[in-house]
Design a protein around this ligand. Structure first.
Ligand code: ATP
Length: 335
């Protein structure tokens, strides 16, 4: 478990302290995929670099599995860093080394593994990231997705318990992004590794994360399970991210809603409720007529969800709302 207790970070710029992370409390559970989403400059990289003390905090305590890592001696810190792998947006591979040597590099650097250990581990990792046939190639001979797979294998070399991903898919096309995210999800499930993933795309969070923190100007402004934050965003920054990921133009949506008659409601279906044929029976029971203004069905990690915006006219609205809520549908009155 990673615990931030009033952790803060300022950078010294020309003799002045510029705050990048305001005092923050946060807990990341062991084995979860935790997303950190925010615009450029929000403080995401700072926050994640505090977890492996690439940046020392200017205040507060960072506890990992109940140990205060800010009090570690240099030797303890070196051992700790082997337990934290990291992957980067631009892969950061060594261009003069082969794929196999890139993966072996952190193990050689640690100086505690035998040659046989390193060779066996590299073979195992090459298979894990489906690059066995590319072991002797150089990074320049690989696609972006393959380079990131090397980055992932290298990050796993010393069997870390935490994997930090700094915009790991931002340089990749959508299809490659999907395959890299699937690989990360498999690794999380099979190895029980804690993954902390920075991104500026809510869609990445929706696909793989269990919980998410939304950052804005050095502060965590919203935090919770992805289904909660994604389906019921509260802070304006979170709403912006969700609308952006769903390609919704807010002004256009407002115009559309103004043209609609009656009450306007947004229904959110989750899990089994997503596939129930509810609307017809609710309309019959309550006498309410409805028209669909917008709708989508998708997944949050492995859970299906649906969202429908409806205009409702006539009948008994209270009966309709009670019937929907009884069927586990979240009802939000927009007008
Ligand atoms: N080494 C540094 N020295 C001085 N200021 C820094 C340093 N690193 C980051 N900052 C500042 O701290 C703030 C947060 O930066 P950070 O890189 O953590 O944000 P971010 O959300 O990761 O942004 P991006 O997505 O662009 O990487 C920014 O205002 C940035 O200019």
């Amino acid at each position: 478990m990673i615990v931030f207790d009033q952790v803060q970070k300022s950078y010294q710029v020309a003799g002045r302290a510029i705050p990048a992370l305001h005092p923050t409390d946060m807990t990341i559970e062991t084995g979860e995929v935790f997303g950190i989403v925010g615009h450029s400059g929000a403080g995401k990289s700072t926050l994640v670099r505090l977890i492996n003390l690439l940046e020392p905090p200017t205040g507060g305590r960072i506890l990992i599995d109940d140990e205060n890592i800010t009090e570690y001696s240099p030797a303890e810190l070196r051992a700790f860093r082997r337990k934290v792998g990291m992957i980067f947006q631009h892969f950061n591979l060594l261009s003069s080394k082969t794929v196999a040597d890139n993966i072996a590099f952190p193990m050689k650097l640690a100086g505690i593994y035998s040659k046989t250990d390193i060779r066996d581990r590299v073979q195992e990792l090459l298979a894990r990231v489906s690059l066995t046939d590319h072991a002797n190639k150089y990074p320049s001979q690989l696609s972006g997705g393959q380079k990131q797979r090397v980055g992932i294998a290298r990050a796993l070399a010393c069997r870390p318990t935490i994997l930090l991903c700094d915009e790991a898919t931002s340089a990749l096309d959508p299809q490659t992004t999907q395959s890299v995210l699937k690989l990360l999800a498999d690794i999380n499930r099979e190895l029980g590794l804690t993954i902390v993933l920075i991104t500026h795309e809510m869609d990445v969070v929706r696909r793989v994360c269990d919980r998410v923190a939304v950052m804005d100007a050095g502060e965590v402004v919203e935090m919770g399970p992805v289904s909660e934050v994604f389906l019921h965003p509260k802070h304006p920054t979170t709403r912006d991210f969700v609308f952006e990921s769903e390609s919704i133009d807010r002004e256009e949506m407002q115009e559309d809603l103004q043209k609609a008659k009656g009450r306007i409601m947004r229904l959110t279906f989750k899990g089994d409720a997503t596939y129930k044929p509810l609307l017809g029976s609710v309309a019959r029971e309550s006498g309410v007529d409805f028209s669909i203004l917008s709708g989508r069905i998708d997944h949050i990690k492995d859970t299906p969800y649906g969202q429908l915006t409806l205009s409702l006219v006539g009948g008994d609205l209270d009966v309709a709302m009670s019937a929907l809520e009884a069927a586990d549908v979240h009802v939000e009155v927009l007008r």
